[in-house]
Ligand binder design. Structure first.
Ligand code: GLP
Length: 244
């Protein structure tokens, strides 16, 4: 595992640089993205760099980690909408380059959507780099504590703790969906490379537990220690505890 502790102004740039190098070296790369506050700057920076450097983006594909059930792509709180604003739209990506579990309805066969998603990852030759954020309880994607390490993409009941942390996105707790769909821990761990991003003091404790404690399903992110090619990018605040 490689841990990079960076100044706030270098954080997004470093993450963008890693993805940029990958796409330049292999234009048909498959990159996995995660929405959340942590990755906004990274997505925008990467889009800027790809455009500024006129990189061939015609053959790369994106996969996104997760989405809420019952929230349409047009809803500003959906993961899709945020990703579209930050990344897809500026780059004018074609629909067939974007793989997303979006517009999920309670009334459809969600399990089938999950199976198709994992199949699509396989057809694309696997994910080259998966970027991840981390939840306060150690979740990655929507893989909440207790999720088995062997899970494929699946439907989840979102923890109350996680729903509370999304009040700023949805306006009130009642508006935060109770279900989501997420790439599973197994699907994530199959990526060639994983880049975990964390910013801010609130993440210091869980980063410390995830990276220095035992790999346990009580802290989903702790599984990442077992990945052979993990890069962790932290700002100084998130690195506080591992630094001590
Ligand atoms: C959510 C998402 C994750 C994301 C995490 C961190 O619950 N399902 O994919 O990585 O929260 O979000 P933030 O960066 O806003 O702290």
């Amino acid at each position: 595992m490689e841990i990079l502790i960076l100044e706030e102004n270098k954080f997004d740039d470093k993450a963008a640089e890693i993805a940029l190098t990958q796409i330049k070296n292999k234009p048909n790369s498959t990159i996995g993205f995660a929405t959340g506050n942590t990755t906004v700057g990274f997505h925008k920076r990467l889009a800027e760099k790809l455009l500024d450097e006129k990189v061939d983006i015609s053959t790369f594909s994106t996969f996104n980690l997760d989405e809420y059930v019952g929230v349409s792509s047009q809803n500003q709180s959906s993961c899709y909408y945020r990703m579209e604003e930050q990344f897809f739209k500026p780059l004018k990506l074609r629909k067939d380059q974007i793989n997303f579990l979006n517009d999920l309805s309670e009334h459809e066969d969600l399990q089938q959507r999950c199976i198709q998603f994992d199949k699509k990852i396989e057809e694309c030759g696997g994910i080259d780099i998966q970027f991840l954020g981390i939840g306060l309880n150690g979740h990655i994607g929507f893989n909440e504590p207790g999720t088995a390490f062997e899970t494929n993409t699946h439907v989840v009941d979102i923890d109350l703790n996680t729903r509370e942390s999304k009040i700023s996105v949805f306006g009130s707790l009642d508006n935060v969906p109770k279900q989501g769909v997420t790439m599973g821990i197994k699907s994530i761990m199959m990526a060639q490379k994983i880049v975990l991003l964390a910013k801010g003091e609130s993440k210091a404790e869980i980063i410390f537990k995830s990276l220095t404690g035992p790999a346990t399903k009580d802290i989903p992110a702790s599984v990442l220690q077992l990945h052979p090619n993990l890069v962790v990018i932290l700002d100084k605040a998130a690195a506080q505890k591992i630094n001590q």
